[in-house]
Every structure is written in C-alpha cells, then in structure tokens.
Design a protein around this ligand. Structure first.
Ligand code: PLP
Length: 285
C-alpha cells in the first residue's frame, strides 16, 4: 500500500508528495514541526502538541495555517488513510514559498503544511525498553532558542549520527558548565541513588517536551520525589537510573552512558513504572 501524505490541501501518494524548490522550509529550514504518538489509531496528547505548535509559530512569526479543528481533521485523516494503528504522525509548517531572500516573504504568503504518518513496531519498541539503550554525550552546540520546535536540526542530526556510529540510541548535549541539557530528540532524566527524579527545567535550554510534561504528572501522582534542576554528567554517572522521553519513545530506560553502565546496567524500576503508567495519564483523541 502506498503511503499517503497531506501537502497543502491535497492527500497524495508519497511519490507525488512534494513541495516547491523555493519553499522556505527547504531553503532555510524556516519552519516548525510536531510529532504525535499514534496509539490504537488515536492521537496521544494532540491538544498539547497543537498548543506547542502555536507557540513555535508565534515565536517565529509564521502565520497560523489553519484552525486546530482543521489541523486535527487532517492529522486524523492522514493516520486513517495510512491505516496507522500504532505509530506516529508528523506535522510540518513552513513560512511558505517565495523567491529566495532571507527576510520574511511578502505578507499574505501562505504557510506550507505537510503531514505524514507511519507505523512503528510496538513489540520491538517494548523489547528495546526491556533491555534499555545506550547514550553518548556531545558538547552543546545548538542555538539558544531550542525551546522552539524548529525544523532546523543540523546539530541534532550530527549528534544522532555520532551516537549511531558509537552503537548508541541517543546523544545528550552537555553545556559548558558540565550539565546535560537534553537529547538530540528526547528530554533527559536521571534518578539519584536516594530515589529523586531529576530533569532540567524547561526554561533552561531545552524543548519543553510534551512527554516530559506528562511524565512529571505521572511521577507526582505516583508520589515520587521530583526535582526540576540541571544535573551534571558526573551526577548521571553516579545515578541509579537514567531515561529519555519523547512522543515516539515514551519513556526509554538508559543503561549505558559513554560506555559506562548506569546503575546496575539494566532498566530501573522507576523508569519502567513511568513507562508502564504513561498512557494512563496522557490524553487520546
Ligand atoms: N527534545 C528534543 C530536542 C526533541 O526533538 C524532542 C522531540 O522530538 C523532545 C525533546 C521530546 O519532546 P516530546 O516529548 O514533545 O516528543
């Protein structure tokens, strides 16, 4: 079955789904995106993702392409047309098509909207989570506005490739002061030996992950001790557990950091519990 994408008002097979060569997303990475988990054919935390999309658009002064209701209809339709039961839906909005010139295009230039969806293998993901993943650290080299979910992801791409070549799943960016900011496509967490869960404040050089927001709620509801504060690589090495969060991975235990075992080198009980309980707290639509 051919995959179907939504491109600027049309549902098209992928081989015909394309944007203009002068789309500013293509030329300048002048766009933003969202990724929602799809579970049982429904969207997980769609409302929060659309609210974050609005914020990203506002911060970059990209016009809102359509109402939440219209966007939601497109997201669900792309999921339906691709028969995605478990997987993800990707939404990208760029500043639109215009003759290549750095300043914004003329007012009235329509933003471009692309939506794709694909299946993921839940059993394989759960098997990975049961074993845990490896993470490496890399120097933070991104722009300071990582709070915006921009398609401009070159440092993240390079960091992920470095992780892959090292046999790891993720790379954690490390700020000059030795603290971990976040992963190339995930938020970073540790559990201290005295069972406190630490994750960096969203105001401090990270993307405010939707999964992160929900995991904070889950952790509170389960009565875990939480601290939103930056932690160092040294603290991560001394941690009893570590994990990463994102819409596509939910909660993924980290068992190795820069080649050194985290805790016992197996998924910890807190990360495992948060993964198990996550969908009791997320919204579906
Ligand atoms: N941090 C970065 C840099 C990301 O790219 C992502 C997701 O793509 C996240 C964190 C996690 O965000 P969310 O939980 O909303 O998927």
């Amino acid at each position: 079955m051919s995959r179907i994408a939504y491109v600027n008002g049309r549902y098209l097979p992928h081989r015909h789904a394309s944007v203009h060569v002068e789309d500013r997303g293509y030329q300048f990475a002048d766009g933003v995106y969202e990724v929602c988990e799809v579970l049982g054919g429904r969207l997980v935390d769609e409302r929060r993702h659309l609210e974050r999309l609005d914020r990203s658009l506002r911060e970059l002064a990209i016009p809102t392409p359509m109402t939440h209701a219209a966007l939601s209809a497109v997201l669900h339709e792309v999921v339906r047309r691709n028969s995605v039961t478990d997987g993800m839906v990707y939404l990208q909005v760029t500043r639109g098509v215009a003759r290549r010139d750095h300043p914004f295009p003329p007012p009235g230039t329509a933003p471009s909207v692309v939506v794709t969806a694909r299946r993921t293998d839940r059993a394989a993901q759960d098997a990975t989570a049961a074993k845990g993943v490896a993470v490496i650290t890399v120097p933070e080299n991104r722009w300071p506005r990582v709070d915006i979910k921009s398609t401009s992801l070159l440092p993240n791409v390079l960091a992920k490739q470095q992780a892959k070549e090292a046999g790891a799943r993720e790379a954690w960016f490390v700020a000059p002061d030795g603290t971990v900011t976040e992963g190339a496509s995930t938020n970073a967490w540790i559990v201290t030996p005295d069972r406190r869960i630490l994750t960096r404040p969203a105001e401090g050089g990270i993307l405010r992950g939707i999964t992160r927001t929900v995991v904070l709620e889950v952790a509170k509801a389960l009565g875990y001790q939480l601290e939103e504060r930056a932690f160092t690589v040294a603290e991560a090495h001394a941690a009893s557990e570590a994990f990463i969060t994102a819409a596509t991975t939910v909660v993924m235990p980290v068992v190795r950091l820069d080649g050194v075992l985290v805790g016992q080198g197996v998924p910890g009980p807190i990360a495992t519990t948060l993964r198990l309980k996550f969908h009791d707290f997320s919204e579906v639509s």
